[in-house]
Design a protein. Sequence first.
Length: 276
Amino acid sequence: MKKILVPIDFSKEAKYACEVAAQIAKKTKCEIILLHMLDIPGISIDPIDTNNMRGGAQAIFFMKTIHKKFQKYKALPFFEGIKIKESVKFHKAFNGVIEESKNNNVDLIVMGSQGATGLKEMLVGSNTEKVVRHSDIPVLVIKKKVTDFDIKNMIFACDFSKESKNSFKNVLSFANIFNAKLHLLFINTIHNFESTRESNLKLEKFAVGVDKKKLTLNIYNDTTIEEGILNFGKEIDADLIAINTHGRSGLSQLFSESISKELANHALRPIITFKI
């Protein structure tokens, strides 16, 4: 891992994301790119557009203001010793994040998420979800302050199809950064019921060639996939939940039902998504 992109709006959630990104950067000795998006009507993407002098003047003013904020941000204690690059773009939030990640060959996007109550709400119908849906690289979603981002137990929940195998290598690589134990998880519900034997065979076939010392195979029965992931995460005290995304369909197919209130707090766990 060489580069981490953190979109920021200078909110407390963005700060939470930055702190986690800083901890990962120190482990991997990589660079952090702090990105702030300005979506202001009448301002060109090029702030020095001679055909739009008013827009250009406004753009320069905003750029100077944001630069001052960046200087304060970069002085935060957890950034000490890390190479930081700042970037301001005049673009719609999720489009700009995707574009910047591609232009800089970024390895990981870390984003803060606010106002969400459940796993589905945390990732669907927001700028975060749009980035997750369109990003070809992993997206780590942080919702609360994580002072010690030390991943000991990581869940990878998926359907264990051939498609999912494509992202499994990236999941393993991320787990290895933290020397974490990876828990492969298949959720059995009344809507997609499989026999235990059938599910076990699927999991064993999926994990062929992987060192079993740092891997567990798990079948969990629950009323919905989402509740199964969150309940299992609670039982093993998971530090991170990893799931696949499917491009345009995003996460809507995986999370089709809302989460009950008593499970809402468990969705505060960090979530990382991998594109199939």
